[in-house]
Write a protein that binds this ligand. Structure first.
Ligand SMILES: [Zn+2]
Length: 130
């Protein structure tokens, strides 16, 4: 299972500088993460991923327009454009079950907040690990 879901994110691997880095999102968000990558790579072919994870129940896709070089090698406009692209996917993640990808909503009863659908809600324990 884990391996199959990792494959969905294989295209992102070229954009991570640390080869041991593991994308830290539930299976339900992997398609969304892939679409975010596709939107970003279309405009920033050499963009760099710093982290892909869930933070405060929202997708946190942290990236730079390209690998940083001394002295800076992107403009504020590029950085803002990249952030705008990413923010749209963070917004979408607020309504997608991180466990299965169905329509979900914010659940605040656990140690960590999660977006889950009604079916996954009873299946995720109090520690919140999917
Ligand atoms: Zn679900």
């Amino acid at each position: 299972m884990a391996q199959a879901s990792d494959d969905v994110l294989a295209p992102l691997r070229h954009h991570v500088s640390d080869p041991s880095y593991q994308f830290d999102v539930g299976t339900g968000w992997r398609q969304l993460v892939l679409e975010c990558h596709q939107a970003v790579v279309a405009e920033f072919p050499e963009y760099e991923i710093l982290a892909v994870k869930q933070k405060w129940a929202v997708l946190s896709f942290q990236a730079r327009p390209r690998t940083r070089r001394r002295g800076g090698n992107w403009t504020d406009t590029e950085d803002e454009r990249l952030q705008t692209l990413i923010d749209a996917f963070a917004d979408r993640s607020k309504a997608i079950c991180e466990r299965c990808g169905a329509h979900g909503s914010l659940r605040e009863s656990r140690r960590i907040d999660l977006v889950l659908c009604d079916q996954c809600e009873p299946l995720v324990p109090e520690h919140g690990r999917l």
